[in-house]
Design a protein around this ligand. Sequence first.
Ligand code: SAM
Length: 174
Amino acid sequence: VIFMRVFIIKLNRAFENFELNNLSENRMDLVARCVSSAFFLDHDIRRDVKLLLCFDNNKVVEISGEIRQMRPDERSIAGFFKGLLQGKRYNGIRFYEASFNDIIKRYKVFYVLDRKGRAIKEIRIDKPVFIIGDDLGLPDIEGKKISLGPLSYMASHCIVILNNHLDGVIYESA
Ligand SMILES: C[S@@+](CC[C@H](N)C(=O)[O-])C[C@H]1O[C@@H](n2cnc3c(N)ncnc32)[C@H](O)[C@@H]1O
């Protein structure tokens, strides 16, 4: 059985109006890169992924592989977020109010990405549910802490590494 991959990103910023010409202002650049890392393959979209972006004003943007007409560049992706703020709705994107704690309560098992955790290679991933921090990091969260290595990676790059790791698990056992 292949489980849905779930990436939960805890953002330390509010989801509020922003300029498409200045994505780094509210770190929408980081948010957009997480979307691209979670879903985009070369000419394809990963269907088995769910990305939960938890903003700190209790707004959640939940994206699934049902998204259409999104391109992998940051500006195209950010355009969807701008649309959400203007009341537009899209296939594969849910937008609602919930706190980060509400979101993690949904999952019995999850892994907290932490540079100082246990090496991912030593762990058998039961359910691929991962919590990742933004540039300001994560608070101390009760859960299984896993590390991708001794260096501190960007949140979006953690997603790429995890996706590739899970691809390997599936590929090798196929
Ligand atoms: C840019 S890093 C956070 C940097 C922040 N200044 C800190 O020290 O916590 C973003 C997130 O990626 C994850 N991360 C970064 N490097 C990692 C690693 N080597 N192993 C596991 N997770 C990592 C963590 O969840 C982290 O909160």
